[in-house]
Design a binder for this molecule. Structure first.
Ligand SMILES: NC(=O)c1ccc[n+]([C@@H]2O[C@H](COP(=O)([O-])OP(=O)(O)OC[C@H]3O[C@@H](n4cnc5c(N)ncnc54)[C@H](OP(=O)(O)O)[C@@H]3O)[C@@H](O)[C@H]2O)c1
Length: 325
């Protein structure tokens, strides 16, 4: 089968479309014919090996050499102990190891996966898992956003952010989106009440305070984030620099005790219930998976470059055309 492979960490130039061995499902796995796979920042991080947590897949070179997490496709075969899905089922979900998806076929246990609604395309389904579940757990579960609260989403023009803006608005919050200058109108179009260009304004230094900050690109000090919170407010780092994560883990409890500010790291727990919940919101039009562009499998490097250069608005999706390969 064809797959996009990276044997070293680096730029999109290290990616190669290659013939590799088609995977065989273990007893508890399913084999999926991939129809669409979306691109996440976690793929960019897995490609470049930065931040440091991306090197959990091998310190010097990647052990798993096919990126791609969020897959939608059709079950081709099921191992003898697999009970959730059957051959022919149209399914979607996130790969356990954030890898394998930029390929014609993948094997997964499918534990947190779901049936694709028949009225949803494979592309729409692939755009949902990682990004929308981050947004749901950040805004609804940990953020506990209520009507009238002020919410700031840092990195709001990307994959998870576009879902987070829409969710926070649906709970009645006053939403501020922060991203680069090219995405300000885009964030407004998703419902953001206020937008900030991160190159021109530092939201931790403008004197405003928020009930919730959801940060997809955390790179400041824990003190800076505490300063931007109202008393009792919550800050969650989802993605960003390891130094910031470590500082939050060390200083977070102290900031809670001494300043009544909750500064924490959000650890996303994948699960089928949340995936089905956000998908139903998408299916009924309450949430829109914003897909900026689709690319064929051979253009994974171009898609990753577009995301890495910060130009992607919402989600990018790879469409796998089996007739052509
Ligand atoms: N905590 C967990 O359990 C968990 C689970 C899964 C994934 N994750 C992480 O969650 C993150 C999800 O991100 P995503 O997929 O939404 O990324 P994305 O689509 O790349 O969006 C991030 C956005 O932030 C913008 N940005 C970059 N630097 C910024 C800054 N200093 N201030 C404000 N905005 C900035 C980016 O634009 P520009 O770069 O162009 O300017 C981009 O629009 C990833 O880091 C992923 O690894 C965490």
């Amino acid at each position: 089968m064809k797959a996009v492979v990276n044997t070293t960490y680096g730029s999109p130039d290290v990616l190669q479309l290659k013939d590799v061995v088609k995977p065989v499902p273990a007893d508890h796995e399913i084999l999926i014919k991939v129809h669409a796979v979306s691109v996440n920042r976690s793929d960019w991080e897995g490609l470049t090996g930065r931040p440091l947590y991306a090197r959990m897949n091998g310190l010097r070179k990647p052990r798993r050499q096919i990126l791609g997490s969020d897959v939608a496709g059709r079950v081709e075969a099921a191992g003898k102990d697999h009970t959730d899905f059957q051959p022919g089922d149209e399914v979607f979900g996130e790969m356990e190891s954030y890898s394998g998806g930029f390929a014609e076929y993948v094997c997964t246990r499918g534990r947190d996966w779901a049936l694709k609604p028949p009225d949803m395309t494979f592309e729409e389904a692939a755009a949902i898992p990682q990004a929308a579940v981050i947004a749901l757990q950040g805004i609804r579960d940990q953020g506990q956003v209520q009507s009238g609260q002020s919410v700031l989403i840092n990195g709001a023009g990307g994959g998870a952010g576009t879902f987070a803006i829409q969710l926070a608005k649906s709970y009645g919050a006053d939403v501020t989106g922060v991203d680069n200058a090219g995405k300000l109108d885009f964030m407004r179009s998703l419902g953001a009440d206020h937008v900030l260009d991160y190159a021109r304004e530092d939201f931790t230094r403008n004197g405003r305070q928020y009930d919730l900050i959801l940060d997809l690109v955390a790179d400041r000090s824990a003190f800076a984030y505490a300063r931007a919170l109202k008393p009792g407010g919550r800050y969650y780092a989802v993605g960003g620099s390891v130094a910031t994560f470590l500082q939050i883990l060390v200083l977070g409890p102290w900031l809670r005790m001494t300043r009544n500010r909750n500064v924490r790291v959000l650890v996303v727990h994948r699960n089928r219930k949340d995936l089905v919940y956000v998908t139903e919101l998408c299916r009924t039009g309450k949430l829109v998976p914003v897909i900026e562009r689709s690319y064929p499998l051979s253009e994974v490097p171009q898609a990753l470059r577009h995301l890495g250069e910060g130009r992607a608005k919402g989600k990018l999706v790879i469409t796998v055309d089996h007739a052509n390969s």
